[in-house]
Structure formats: C-alpha cells, structure tokens
Ligand binder design. Sequence first.
Ligand SMILES: *Cc1c(COP(=O)(O)O)cnc(C)c1O
Length: 400
Amino acid sequence: MERFDGTFTQQEPIPEAGIEAALEVMRSGRLHRYNTVPGEVGEVALLEEDFAAITGARYCLAVASGGYAMTTAMRACGVKPGDPVLTNAFTLAPVPGAIASLGAVPVFVEVTEDMVIDLDDLAAKAGRAKVLLLSHMRGHICDMDRLMALCDAAGITVIEDCAHTMGASWNGVPSGRYGAVGCYSTQTYKHINSGEGGLIVSDDEVLMARMILLSGSYMLYARHKAAPPPEVFEGLRLETPNISGRMDNLRAAILRPQLALLEGQAQRWNARYKVMEDGLRGVPGLGLPHRPEKEGYVASSFQFLLTDWAEDDVRAFVERCAARGVELKWFGAPEPAGFTSRYDHWRYAAAEPMPQTDRILAGLIDMRLPLTFSEEDCALIARILREEVLATNSGKEAAE
Ligand SMILES: *Cc1c(COP(=O)(O)O)cnc(C)c1O
C-alpha cells in the first residue's frame, strides 16, 4: 500500500529578496511604519501602493491581521453593538469572531454544494441586515454579479473576506473589488506569508480615511501613499478612535517580494489542484465542487464531498487516510479540531436551523495544498483518497 510522507503545514521559505529587505529594515532600526527619515517612504506605505496597484483599488491599508482588517472594515461601515451582520455559515472562526468582537450578531447564510454562499437563502434574509461579511471560504467564489445585484437592491454594504482569494478573480475582476471593502490576510497559511498581517482595499475615500484612523495612524496619515488626501481626514480625525492594529515595516518588507511572485504561485497551486481533481473525478460517492468559467481561483486547498455517508464511514475513511499519511480536515466532526470548526460550535452566536449546511458540512472534507508538495505528491494523495473511497464503497456493498 502506498503512503504519503509529506507535511501538510510546511510552507515554502521566504524569498531571498524578502529576507534581504527584512535585514535592511532591522539594520535601520526603523520598524514602526511612521518611523521614517525625511523623504523616506517606509516599507508599509510601499506595500500598500503595490497592493493597490495589483488589485486596481484606489486605496489600501496594511494592518496587523486579517481578523483586524474585517473588524476595522465593519467599524468603518458603521456596524454597532447589537447590529445583525449577514455572513456565511461555512467559514473560519475569525469571521464570526470579528462580528462578535463588535458586539454585533452574525446572521448565518446557508452554503451550497459548490461551497459558496447560497444566494437564494441570502435573498430570503436580505431584509435582516445592512452589512454582509462575505467569506470566500477556501477560495470558492459565488456568482458575484448576482450577489452584488441582490445586495445593491437591498441596500446591503458588502465587505469581502478574501483570506483565501488573494490573487483570485470573478469575471476578470480581482476578488475584493466587488464589495465596498476587501479584506485579506497575510498569515502564514494564506497566499503570502508574513506570519501575521492583513491588507484592506477600498475605493471609498471616507471609509478608507476612517479605517486608516482606526488602525492607529495618530495624526500621521499624510505619510500614507495609497490613501485619500489629508482634507478627507479633517472631519473624521477627532471623532474616530485609535484602535491600534498597524502593520510594521519588517512584515511589509517580507511581503513585497512575495506579492511580485503571487501570479506564478497561483499557477503552481492550480496545477496541483488540477492533478487532484483529475485523480478524483468520477469516483462514486465522492463529489467535487463545480468551478464556473468566470471563477479565476487560486487553489491553495482542496475540498470534496462525501454527501450522505454514514458518520462512522466518514470517520473511518479519515482515519484510514491519516494512517497512510494523508491529513484531512472534516467539517462534519462533532467536536472542533485544529483550525476546523462549524457554525454550531460557535456558541456565542445563536444560529437558526441550517439543514442544507448541516447536510453539506457532514460530508465536507478539506485539505491544504502547500506548494512544498510536488504534482507527483498530489497524484499520490489522490490515489490514496480514491482507493480509500472505493474501499468504503465496497464495504458498504458487502454489508447490503
Ligand atoms: C485566516 C482567515 C481569516 C483571518 O485571518 P487572520 O490573519 O488569521 O486573522 C479570515 N477568514 C478566513 C476565511 C480565514 O481563513
């Protein structure tokens, strides 16, 4: 029996150019973004310019984390304690956590078999909130044209959680550019890696001025480059609290060379994804999400569905794969494990019954696709998964 012996959490090293730039910052001692000498533009301000250019956004702000980016975006959009905020039932814990941190209340929307937000359920719930925190969970992008038409008609402000879609697009428009605000993470397991970190883009000058002030700019906002002009800050600077969450020059220095490589990395991820997809297509009992033509994805992870399998069969399958070195995350497990948890585990946020999401998550299997895996590794993983699904199927038949 074949076994896989790679590590699902091993990232590639920081590019040498990033290491060099980080050493430069450390030698200067000027790690704080506003600690610049006259005429100098710090690494954080440069990163913001770079990312604004890549996404085509007018403005960009770098912050301490993806979670901080989402909280700041919601604050800037006026979310107050007690306010309902629409969001995906299938997402990662920092998304409802960001809503809860404002004292606001998540209103969960069902997921589809393609692992995106269910737009029919969203339409049914549209009257209940003024803000949607849309999570492109695991890089799956819904029909953004339909979503925006729906939200525009209902007067809903859309904030995009692009933690898994940096570099991705819908219909040629970069992910994060449909909503009023796009939020990204530069945490180690995302598409560019500074340990922790976040980026925010927006074309709205008032929202961006508020977010810059919220992030802890003091009265130094004129040192930003990808920012609205100082007069936009005039009416806001004394009434906007400083809720410290800046990025520092060291992280920005590590990130800038990675941004330049993002497109090539996306192709490498997608090549791995395709090997997995090809290896698993047509396996009875295993469902793959349909990826629409308009979706320009960056597949840094892989998901499939074991819909309507008995819970014990899924558990046994996950265990057998683990014994062969393939580490899977199961969204149907009764208890949260590692990074994986489910809406009904988030006890601080009461949820309504979500029958469709329950059925899908019960069979949803997820795995990372780090670039330290070769395409041959992915072919081997797919063979192991295929064999173990087929073994479960024949076990079921024998029992019938
Ligand atoms: C990682 C993640 C976040 C938050 O990013 P951090 O930088 O870790 O705070 C938000 N949403 C999703 C879907 C994520 O996976």
